[in-house]
Design a protein around this ligand. Structure first.
Ligand code: ATP
Ligand code: MG
Length: 468
């Protein structure tokens, strides 16, 4: 039965890759490992939890004469009793063939071609079964597949059978396929058992798989944190040594991965794994340096508090923004540089902050490319840290109306709660926000009392000197 299925799927690909069929059987022949079928009576995923739109996509593919399965994180999460973040579909149809079946769909990606099928705000990702480049060496440096000299896959569009597709997925628990025809799960890599045992295990040779795609190391940290799984010994062993390979990954991809790590609701767990495996430094080199510096303890406390806060907010279904998280993660590198510029270059605080922000962001985007829509608010949140201590006259009222006030206040709270001595400034702002107008006026007046009166600039200074 497996043989006839293989033949049928193989024939679907005979058009684009005729010579694939003439290759000798791959070393990890799927028939050798075999497929386990876990019936619905055993896995007991309630059908109502299967996403309607993802099911529609799978049925349409099957009606079109192709194979289609729900696969990856959605099946893993459902088996864990969790609500999946998204639903992914794997199919025997090529991206172009699948595209023809769905009106509201879009082909995306070059390195890894995919089809996005849109249903209102939901997007179902449809991926064609892929094969490892090893089993199709003619493709490891061609139009469909490419690997650079260190083994990194730079193009991954070599298509294959479902068995080959399972082989090239990352972890065994991510290689479970839900068959909508009989509601069973196909397991080619013993992922069902690993899931039950709480083990995260790389499929194939971990060193080769990390070299093919170093982001898999970040995924290991993420899933171990999220699932609270143990990383199997062989899967964990090479990570520290290979962690520097992350420097070769496009910063835009690392930015996306850093959000998945830190804004999926399990940031604290993921962070501990990142540090344990030396994976944090390639993502946030400046923060890592601050962690190892004089104020390391303070930096770590703020960082952990920021991550816990984010996890808590997500658990309460509140919104989180990358701007706030990045502003917090990079605050101490910015503050240290700002103080250095003030001391060594005698710059006033605000220009020093602007210069420090420029330099820190310019360095950070080489690791994780922060889009401008986030870097602008990050700068504003930092600038507000300098403005929040000045609360006299109408200043406090003006500050509270700034769009970035809330995030800036949250960072101020974090700083003080983490041990930075700001003389109770965050408490003052907490009180101010809930005070009635007269009380606010009084508070502003009182806050001005202890401050040195600022000297006015002369209109036409002869020997202009800075008064800050
Ligand atoms: P989640 O969506 O919860 O973040 P996921 O496991 O679904 O987790 P996706 O990035 O949506 O992660 O990928 C879907 C599936 O594609 C994965 O489960 C895995 O089988 C496969 N996959 C994704 N990225 C890789 C990779 N870098 N190498 C190998 N397989 C991958
Ligand atoms: Mg997914």
């Amino acid at each position: 039965m497996a043989r006839s299925l293989l033949k049928r799927i193989g024939s679907l690909f005979s058009k684009g890759s005729a010579d694939q069929n003439e290759q000798p059987a791959p070393v990890f022949a799927p028939a050798e490992t075999g497929r386990k079928i876990i019936p619905e009576s055993e896995h007991q995923i309630p059908r109502k939890y299967l996403d309607d739109n993802a099911m529609k996509v799978v049925y349409r593919l099957i009606d079109g004469g192709y194979d289609g399965y729900l696969v990856g994180g959605c099946i893993r999460d459902l088996l864990q009793g969790e609500k999946p973040k998204d639903f992914d579909v794997a199919t025997s149809a090529s991206p172009e063939e699948a595209h023809e079946l769905f009106r509201r769909s879009r082909l995306i990606g070059r390195r890894f071609k995919l089809l996005h099928v849109r249903f209102g705000r939901e997007i179902i990702e449809v991926a064609t079964f892929r094969a490892s480049h090893d089993s199709h060496p003619e493709n490891s440096n061609g139009e469909h597949g490419r690997q650079n000299e260190s083994g990194m896959i730079t193009r991954d569009n070599v298509y294959g059978t479902i068995e080959e597709d399972a082989d090239r997925r990352d972890f065994t628990v991510n290689a479970l396929y839900y068959c909508v025809k009989d509601h069973s799960i196909y397991d080619f890599a013993n992922g069902y058992q690993d899931l039950k045992d709480g083990v995260l295990r790389m499929i194939g040779d971990p060193v080769a798989r990390y070299r093919e795609d170093p982001v898999r190391m970040l995924r290991a940290a993420r899933f171990a944190g999220k699932l609270d799984f143990e990383i199997e010994a062989n899967t964990a062993a090479p990570i520290r040594e290979l962690a520097p390979l992350l420097k070769d990954i496009a910063p835009a991809r690392l930015f996306d991965e850093s959000l998945k790590l830190l804004q999926s609701g399990y940031a604290e767990g993921a962070y501990k794994h990142l540090q344990h495996y030396d994976l944090f430094e390639p993502l946030f080199p400046q923060t890592q340096r601050a962690l190892l510096g004089e104020r390391g303890e303070l930096v770590e406390t703020l960082l952990l508090n920021a991550l816990r806060n984010t996890d808590r907010r997500l658990a309460q279904r509140k919104s989180v923004t990358p701007a706030f998280l990045f502003a917090a993660l990079l605050w101490y590198p910015v503050q240290d540089l700002m103080q250095k510029l003030m001391k060594e270059n005698r710059m006033p605080p605000l220009p020093a902050l602007h210069e420090a922000a420029n330099q820190v962001l310019a360095k950070q985007v080489k690791s994780t490319a922060i889009p401008r829509r986030f870097s602008t608010p990050i700068r504003e949140i930092w600038e507000m840290q300098i403005r929040l201590p000045r609360r006299d006259g109408k200043r406090a009222e003006r500050l509270i109306e700034q769009p970035r006030f809330r995030a800036a206040y949250d960072l101020l709270l974090l700083r003080e709660n983490s041990g930075e001595d700001l003389g109770g400034l965050s408490r003052w702002w907490t009180e101010y926000q809930s005070a009635h107008p007269e009380k606010r006026e009084q508070m502003s007046r009182d806050s001005g009392k202890g401050q040195k009166p600022r000297r006015r600039r002369r209109k036409k200074p002869n020997n202009a000197t800075r008064d800050e």
